[in-house]
Design a protein around this ligand. Structure first.
Ligand code: 5RP
Length: 228
């Protein structure tokens, strides 16, 4: 039985598939909301829609193959027509926290190289200010303890991500620190500060990248456009 958050994710994901046009090369995000997008996109492909996708994680790649979505990569294409991705938090300026699933680096490479980025979420992801969700930061394993200390000096409590009793390793062979900041009033500045720390590969702050947010809510999907 699906709960209301799952139903909202499904509605947002399926709506996003309607925005895909024949001939497009699509960045395929990661996460449980994207799953619904991929499932619906696969149905459209099986009905004749011609598209290709660039997956942002091994999990997404597996789903795309399962749903029969043709894949490509950056050796074949440089610019994507559209990327569809999920998020852990979305603020009123469309700044995002991402990386709850650990795919933030590949997601950022994919999303940053798309002409348009559409984010699909359930209502719970909309926040007034980023920071309640611990910020995922991808770091090099070597010397991770030192990188963690430097991040803590910025006011965070970093926690090394562990899954099933083992240190979580990203698709790129890196570690993730989930960094609890009291609040993140200036995501752009914090992203810059974090990127200056040696050992930090990428942050889960996606700033000024999103064009449209599709929010699934009970019985409908609301489209939020960015106010310029
Ligand atoms: C993975 C992500 C996901 O997009 C984010 O965690 C949202 O996931 P879900 O749709 O399952 O709530 O950034 O790294």
């Amino acid at each position: 039985m699906m709960n209301s958050s799952d139903l909202q994710k499904k509605a947002a994901g399926e709506k996003a598939a309607e925005l895909v046009k024949g001939g497009m090369i699509i960045g395929l995000g990661s996460g449980s909301t994207v799953y619904w997008f991929l499932k619906r996109l696969g149905e459209l492909v099986n009905a004749g829609l011609k598209v290709k996708g660039v997956p942002s994680s091994l999990r997404t790649e597996g789903w795309a193959r399962e749903f029969n979505i043709p894949l490509t990569d950056f050796s074949e294409t440089q610019i994507l027509d559209l990327a569809i991705d999920g998020a852990d938090e979305v603020d009123p300026d469309f700044n995002l926290t991402k990386g709850g699933g650990g795919s933030l680096l590949r997601e950022k490479i994919v999303d940053a190289n798309a002409k348009k980025l559409i984010i699909i979420v359930d209502e719970s992801k909309l926040v007034k200010q980023l920071g309640k969700f611990p910020l995922p930061v991808e770091i090099v394993p070597f010397g991770w303890e030192l990188t963690s200390k430097r991040i803590a000096e910025l006011g965070a409590i970093p926690q090394l991500r562990v899954k099933d009793g083992e240190v979580f390793v990203s698709n790129n062979g890196n570690y993730i620190l989930d960094c609890q900041f009291e609040r993140i009033p200036n995501p752009k500045e914090l992203h810059k500060q974090l990127k200056q720390i040696i050992g930090v590969v990428e942050t889960g702050l996606f700033v000024e990248m999103t064009d449209l947010v599709l929010v699934g809510s009970t019985g409908k999907v609301e489209a939020l456009n960015r106010m310029e």
